[in-house]
Write a protein that binds this ligand. Structure first.
Ligand SMILES: [Zn+2]
Length: 244
């Protein structure tokens, strides 16, 4: 496969990921998904600033890790592209990043005393210790717009993510990472599902969460299955009235 074919196929899959994340209710008009460049680990692919469901191949731009478009003078980029660049810089293992405001996750970013934790096997990738919450006030003061609009804030968010799969952003949303694009999409969908299930479980009574060992076991088994949901969700997205 030539270099350009690699890039072309990465762009095509990234477009599919945009459509799936909308169809699955993870992103709406806002939120974004990126992939590390398949040939240049110091770059990443991300759509121009637009609603994910409407992204086409020609909307995908190439960025360096500082969040600067490789080709200057192009269309407006996402304000929060620094989330992606700074995570790729800090985490060599990360090949894809999803940032969203998916609604069931946000409550866990604003309460004290309750952390987002894995309640079922499909969410076993979530940290058994609880998902960290990034407090932007610690870095941007008390009057920010809550968005990650600089490399400095992106780096602080990446620090808060640490070596984990997800970080919540107080009063804003979440960012999920993975070693493939399909795994990142899976994790973004099941972070939302897991948050919803945890809230419903907590209404019924004390909750039994997965142990550290169970998170390892479930993640290992599910790691062979990402294509199963990917192709289902892709077909659903392509059959949606949005893609007609
Ligand atoms: Zn955001």
């Amino acid at each position: 496969m030539s270099v350009s074919e690699n890039v072309t196929s990465a762009i095509r899959e990234l477009v599919d990921a945009n459509h799936i994340l909308f169809d699955q209710g993870v992103v709406d008009g806002f939120g974004h998904v990126s992939a590390r460049h398949p040939e240049r680990p110091d770059r990443f692919l991300l759509a121009r600033s637009m609603a994910p469901a409407l992204v086409t191949e020609k909307d995908v731009l190439e960025f360096d890790l500082d969040g600067k478009p490789v080709v200057p003078g192009g269309p407006a980029p996402y304000l929060e592209r620094f989330i992606h660049g700074e995570i790729y810089r800090k985490r060599q293992d990360v090949m894809s990043v999803v940032h969203s405001h998916s609604p069931s996750v946000v409550p866990f970013s604003v309460v004290t005393g309750t952390k987002l934790q894995p309640v079922c096997h499909m969410c076993g990738f979530l940290s058994a210790k609880g998902t960290p919450v990034f407090e932007i006030r610690d870095f941007a003061g008390p009057g920010s717009d809550l968005l990650i609009t600089s490399g400095k804030l992106g780096a602080a968010l990446a620090d808060s993510l640490g070596e984990g799969p997800a970080v919540l952003m107080r009063g804003h949303g979440s960012t999920v990472v993975a070693s493939t694009l399909r795994q990142a999409v899976f994790r973004a969908v099941y972070t939302e599902v897991g948050a919803r299930l945890q809230m419903e479980s907590m209404r019924l009574g004390p909750v039994t969460y997965l142990t550290e060992e169970e998170t390892v076991g479930t993640t290992k088994t599910i790691s062979t299955q990402y294509d199963r949901s990917w192709f289902l969700w892709l077909k659903a997205a392509r059959n949606s009235p949005m893609s007609q």
